[in-house]
Design a protein around this ligand. Sequence first.
Ligand code: ADP
Length: 546
Amino acid sequence: QFPFGRRLPCDIYWHGVSFHDNNIFSGQVNKFPGMMETVRKITLSRAMRTMQDLFPLEYNFYPRSWILPEELPLFVAEVRMMKDRNPSWKPTFIVKPDGGCQGDGIYLIKDPSDIRLTGSIQSRPAVVQEYICKPLLVDKLKFDIRLYVLLKSLEPLEIYIAKDGLSRFCTEPYQEPTLKNLHQVFMHLTNYSLNIHSGNFIHSASVNTGSKRTFSSILCRLSSRGADVKKLWSDIISLVIKTIIALTPELKVYYQSDIPAGKPGPTCFQILGFDILLMKNLKPILLEVNANPSMRIEHEQELSPGVFENVPSPVDEEVKVAVIRDTLRLVDPQKKKRKDTQCLLYPGVADGKLQLKPVKIQVKYGMKDKQHKHHSLKLSLKLKFYLKLGSCQSVEQAPEAGEELPEAALPSLCLKQVFPKYAKQFSYLRLVDRVAALFIRFLGVKGTTKLGPTGFRTFIRNCKLSNSNFSMAAVDILYIDITRRWNSMGIDHKESGMCLQAFVEAFFCLAQRKYKSLPLHDQVASLIELCECRLAALRGKRLLWG
Ligand code: ADP
């Protein structure tokens, strides 16, 4: 730990909350710039809405959502329209403050008029979302799944999913929402941080009982009841890939702004926490994505009134240690060089051929150690580190040169690669990614995430999108209209100009004008192809002149 900053470059930087250090020029950082902003409730809902507009069927795993306060009139109008069409529809909605976590400020409503408009909604924007009324129940309780996902690289896109996750249970038996039970958080909200305060919360030493269990234990139960668990996993994988595809355009804008291409900088990776709800029919629904999921493997226990102690939590340990261990194995900076490295060899485990990278752990003590004492301390620490990584409890002695730890001593990877493995199936969804590439191209200067009016004009000119029906004056009006509206509702007021989402909206407008008769998806795809083609031709010409 470097509480006061660090002087020497490191292989891996493990930041606590977010990417915040602009003085890193090499190595790997465990956070992406802008991830916190990208997965906030409002930004996520916007990104999902864009994808739902383009691919309604593919993105139906995210509940219909409206952004407050700006979409309140739309929310009211749409609900009224749907009720008129189907008078037997008795929906429930969940209101979630933007940037909130752990269930903070969340409440359920039956009618748009129940939104609490007093003061806070203006100062604290929120998302209102269709409430999933028929979740899958286990032991009569609602539960959700926390799955850990490693975004190993953005370009090229590399995604891994942990084979096991956590299931977090409510502590009151579930009933479909009625005006009487709407406020019962222990019945409707699965947050651990809330339910821990219920007298019914059960801390269990086993991974398949209690209020927090492994997801695999739930799958076992479902499988024994004849459920198609393979299909469920494949739906979950598809949900994760599609969600990350929806997030990448925004992430790429932040990335180029903090780590410009062609200049020395670190690469990034990040462990994300996906919160997923299963419907009665086993359809997975995305609730949210956490940029900074808790990696705690202990919980607090009250020994006597006011006296707390941290005790190990076997379920958390089972899932989370494997996620961190395998993330380190996957981002291992020495991997490529491993053949050349001198490895430590261990006694007592004869078969297999694991080659461990030498890990430098520097321990500085204030006390005066004799040389050999210091050395043995270092060795035992090194060993402990390996043991944690490998969960290889049988090795007790310190290593001696010339002995080897077998591959078999490390458990098989719990992180399973899903992208690029399934890239072929999902690549057609990456349309907004290509719009973002156009946006980034015209951003130009390092450090910006917003496009100025000149950049937008250059984009129109280079792609030859203006003509007698669409003059440059009309282009300027389009820019001003959309930018002003987005900036009036945006969270980021630091920079002026057109943000990515505003550019995407302008791009969709241009596509609709140009290809009137096509469905939205085809309009956008056609305009992207046209722009890419014209820019490639322009580059060719410039090269020729050059
Ligand atoms: P937070 O970040 O505050 O935990 P979430 O979006 O995760 O906010 O919501 C908190 C809890 O509310 C979830 O864990 C889930 O139990 C419940 N919940 C959230 N959205 C829905 C929904 N659309 N339908 C049903 N339950 C939901």
